[in-house]
Design a protein. Structure first.
Length: 203
């Protein structure tokens, strides 16, 4: 009688299945709203195996944030030019926050996990590493980091009001007009400050 040789586990596939399950779970329920057992069950593994691959729930969340925030949902990786950056980001924001658009995972993850201090710390590092760094690198002139964060605050606030809360003027407004208005607001942070432009008094 022959014995069936157990099929070897595909470590990379198992790890990816756990990560995919965690991205979905943390995005839907937030850091405090789901445990490793639920994530493991959805991935078809045990919680012990999750710990073996990722070490802890905190470490798993950190990887989820890193993967999710690395995606250029609003700010492109390499914008063509600073002059058109505000319009490019505004168009992406209005399109991605439309009622029929797919949910924006990174924003939902941020909203639903922000109440946990450690999760907020992890997300702050993720923002600085990914979208914050991309936005800052795309800006010229003084205070680029601060201006980039103000721009991100505008994006997050508009997403919250338009998509989650659904205030009528933003939810149902004309997309072209809304894009124009958002472009104007973003231009205030995208354009170099007057005191850092060529020919200013500080040159």
């Amino acid at each position: 009688m022959s014995r069936t040789t157990p099929r070897p586990r595909n470590a990379a596939a198992t790890r990816q299945a756990i990560l995919d399950s965690a991205i979905t779970a943390f995005t839907r329920h937030g850091y405090d709203g789901v445990g490793l057992r639920e994530i493991a069950a959805s991935a078809g593994v045990t919680a012990i195996l999750v710990n073996r691959y990722f070490g802890s729930k905190e470490a798993l969340f950190a990887e989820v944030v890193d993967v999710s925030f690395a995606q250029p949902t609003m700010v492109p990786r390499e914008p063509a030019d600073t002059a058109g950056l505000a319009a490019l980001i505004a168009d992406a924001l209005v399109t991605r926050t439309a009622s029929e658009a797919d949910h924006l995972g990174p924003f939902e993850l941020m909203l639903k996990s922000a109440a946990n201090p450690r999760a907020a710390e992890i997300m702050r590092a993720g923002i600085e590493k990914h979208v914050g760094a991309r936005f800052t690198a795309a800006l010229s002139g003084a205070h680029a980091g601060q201006r980039a964060e103000l721009g991100l605050a505008l994006l997050a606030g508009t997403w919250l009001m338009r998509r989650i809360i659904g205030t009528p003027a933003l939810r149902d407004g004309d997309r072209a007009q809304l894009t124009v208005q958002v472009t104007r607001m973003l231009a205030a942070v995208v354009e170099p400050p007057a005191d850092s432009r060529p020919g200013s008094l500080n040159d």
